[in-house]
Every structure is written in structure tokens, then in C-alpha cells.
Ligand binder design. Structure first.
Ligand code: MN
Length: 285
């Protein structure tokens, strides 16, 4: 199976993004429920990803840069610069808030992807948490290097927290043909960040999600030149999700409660030490 959907262009802070998930035709891939391909944009010390404090519930944010750097601050007191090839993983549980801003010194290209993983019932009401992984394991394949961001690929596992059975990897393809090992019980999808990647005779470029279905134990890829793609996979997520704004929940009432708690600043989402303005939740239509 190969199903290509077009990403939706949106503006997040100062950044143009291409939203590959969720789309009407494809809401989740495993527990992955959101994928924003960010940039590329030119960042200056003053203008970067200036995303002020905002809340999350019921999800993990997976921030992955292919170029540049950002500064993450959250309501747990974390203050963590992130650079290309590093992972910021924030678990929202019942509630957390964070801001993503320029580091104040970086000048150059800023690009990457922000992903969300839906938390399962067993952890989504739990406490928030934050992890930073400066080094992640790599798998050397013929004509490809896979960096295992979360989960397991080709027998190599990421140390990052994982509440469901899912995998995320960056595939660096110098050109030529390669084969990526997959778990057949996972469904998979590919988001190309740079270049162009041939999948089953179809060329996939940035701005699309290539959904690959389940029952593949490997994936043959070909590229004519240097390309970068993100592989997402996991056991199909069988809990009904209700997503609105920055909240992943199960019902409309849960979203209403989270929205009110944030806009009333009642303490559920804590406080972020950030010079950027707090982003109010929009009206629910
Ligand atoms: Mn966020």
C-alpha cells in the first residue's frame, strides 16, 4: 500500500510549516498524531521560532531539527537549547506548558519537524516530564544512515521514553538504493524533509505524507541525490482521539476544561519563564 496525502501549509509563530498529520484522510500513524515540517527559514538572533508559552495535554512533543537551534523552556523549569540531530521530548500528561524561541545568538537556516505522539489512557492523566537526548543511536545501512529518535529500528533502540509501541527515525540518504528494516505489525509513513525519495516507483517530495500501511518487513527506497526523510511507525492506535488546538483528549468536554484552565491560568499548566507573550486558546467554534 502507498497512499500520498498533501500537507497543509500553516504559520506557527514566525515559521511556515507543512502539516503532514493530521489530515482528513489520515489522522494517525501508530500513536503519531501530528507532524509539522518546519521551515526552512532564515533565523537571526532576533527572529526564529518565536512560539510563546502555550499548553499541551495527553501527548508527547518530539522536536527534531535538521538545521539550526532553538531554546525550549517549560513549566517544569527546563531550559534546554536544542540543535540539529538532538531530541527534545516533552510529555504533557495532565498538563504542561512550554515556549520555543530563538537562542538569541544563532544566525542561519532553521528547519526540522515537530511531531506529537498521543499518550495512551494509562499515562495521559499522569505528570508531565521532559527529556533531552544530545546523542542518539545510528544504524548504518547500505546507502543510508538511520538515526533512531524513538523506538527500535534494525535491532537498535533509542533511550527516549515511549508509552506506546512506536518508532521514529531520521533517514539520511546520500543517493542510491537502500532497504530499511521494518516491523510488519507496525503501520508506517514517510515524510521527506529534503530532496526526493522514490518509494515503490513513486517519487515523494517535501509537502506530502507517504502512508505505507502495515505488513512490510522492509522498505526499499531510492534517491538521486542527498535526501532526508522521517520514518514514522507504530501499532495502529485504537483509542478514539479528540484533538483541538494544542490538546489531545478523548472528548469535547475534556478539551473545554483544558481550554478554560489555560485561559483562566488556574495553575494546571504551570508557568513558563519566557520573554514571549502567552498564547491564549482561541474560541471554540
Ligand atoms: Mn508546543
Amino acid at each position: 500500500m502507498l497512499e500520498i496525502t498533501d500537507s497543509h501549509r500553516a504559520q506557527v509563530g514566525a515559521m511556515q510549516v507543512r502539516r503532514a498529520l493530521p489530515r482528513r484522510a489520515r489522522r494517525t500513524v501508530g500513536a503519531w498524531c501530528f507532524a509539522d515540517h518546519m521551515g526552512p527559514m532564515t533565523a537571526t538572533p532576533d527572529v526564529g521560532a518565536d512560539i510563546g508559552p502555550h499548553p499541551h495535554t495527553g501527548l508527547q512533543t518530539v522536536t527534531w531539527l535538521t538545521a539550526g537551534e532553538l531554546l525550549h523552556r517549560d513549566s517544569l523549569g527546563s531550559e534546554q537549547p536544542i540543535r540539529a540531530g538532538q531530541l527534545n521530548l516533552m510529555t504533557a500528561g495532565h498538563g504542561v506548558s512550554h515556549a520555543e524561541q530563538s537562542t538569541g545568538s544563532y544566525e542561519g537556516t532553521l528547519a526540522g519537524i515537530q511531531l506529537w505522539v498521543a499518550q495512551p489512557e494509562g499515562t495521559r492523566h499522569g505528570p508531565p516530564a521532559f527529556e533531552h537526548h544530545a546523542e542518539l543511536p545510528r544504524v548504518d545501512l547500505a546507502n543510508a544512515v538511520a538515526t533512531v529518535i524513538v523506538g527500535e529500528l534494525g535491532g537498535t533502540s533509542s533511550p527516549a521514553r515511549r508509552d506506546t509501541d512506536h518508532v521514529g527515525a531520521e533517514l539520511a540518504l546520500p543517493g542510491g538504493a537502500t532497504t530499511i528494516p521494518l516491523q510488519p505489525h507496525h503501520e508506517h509513513a514517510l515524510v521527506v524533509l529534503e530532496g526526493a525519495v522514490d518509494v515503490d516507483g513513486t517519487t515523494v517530495t517535501p509537502g506530502h505524507l507517504a502512508y505505507l500501511g502495515t505488513d512490510r518487513d522492509e522498505l526499499g527506497l531510492r534517491s538521486d541525490g542527498p535526501s532526508t526523510a522521517i520514518l514514522l511507525g507504530g501499532t495502529p492506535f485504537d483509542e478514539q482521539l479528540f484533538m483541538w488546538w494544542n490538546f489531545v483528549a478523548r472528548t469535547s468536554d475534556e478539551v473545554d476544561a483544558a481550554r478554560t484552565a489555560w485561559n483562566d491560568d488556574d495553575g494546571r499548566f504551570g508557568t513558563v519563564d519566557s520573554p514571549l507573550a502567552r498564547i491564549a486558546a482561541p474560541p471554540r467554534l
